[in-house]
Design a protein around this ligand. Sequence first.
Ligand code: ZN
Ligand code: FE
Length: 262
Amino acid sequence: MRRKAFEIELLPVLADNYSYLLFDPDSGTSGVVDPGAAEPVRARLAELGRGLDLIFVTHHHADHTGGVVALQQEFGARILAARRDIARIPGFAPDRDLALGEGDEGSFGDVVFRVLETPGHTRGHVCYWFPGEEALFCGDTLFAMGCGRLLEGTAEEMWQSLGKLAALPPSTRVWCGHEYTLANGRFALTVDPDNAELAERVREVEALRAEGRPTVPSTLGLELRTNPFLRANDPAIRARLGMEAASEVEVFAELRRRKDRF
Ligand code: ZN
Ligand code: FE
């Protein structure tokens, strides 16, 4: 029997965060990624007439976990989070919830997902990849035309984490944790000004944001061509920074420093 399509719904929460509602119609399994606040999630689930089985957490920050405890209690949902960070995940109960690490596979109803450890933004950051759905939930590791700040990790760690994501199929949809795309795009143009596809993308993003519409998801292929934080090996960017002889990690670190001051 043919499967009904897996559903992913983007849900704006807080100032500029995105949570994602997931639904597998065949099994009736319902989930959420990074509920930074409970109320918008609860309201939308009520409209849809759904419960909540699984709460996916990419990392411990409050703007990604603020709704976890209330939603867990209301729906009896199971929390999924990084094994190396469970002490910092609000409400995580080892006897009830699921602690995950690199390469772990899980099932969301009839749909398989895989865990990628991506330290850098935080020590215990993980991403959730649904290969059959060509979907990646990457929290604050990879953004549209940007990447997360290095709050707990080194440039080396983040560059490796981004490399792990960059190796997924280019058709993978990138569902990231924030609507930072316009500011990221403006920065990207300062280090990659001759990239015609980047310039075109920034124009599209400006038009979407002018109408208050989300710029997410993008695809990994588009990120590989327009996101400077995946392009530390690009000759034009390296020349622009005067870092032709530097290592990729050094170029990435310089890009991140410049963005922090932008
Ligand atoms: Zn964060
Ligand atoms: Fe965040």
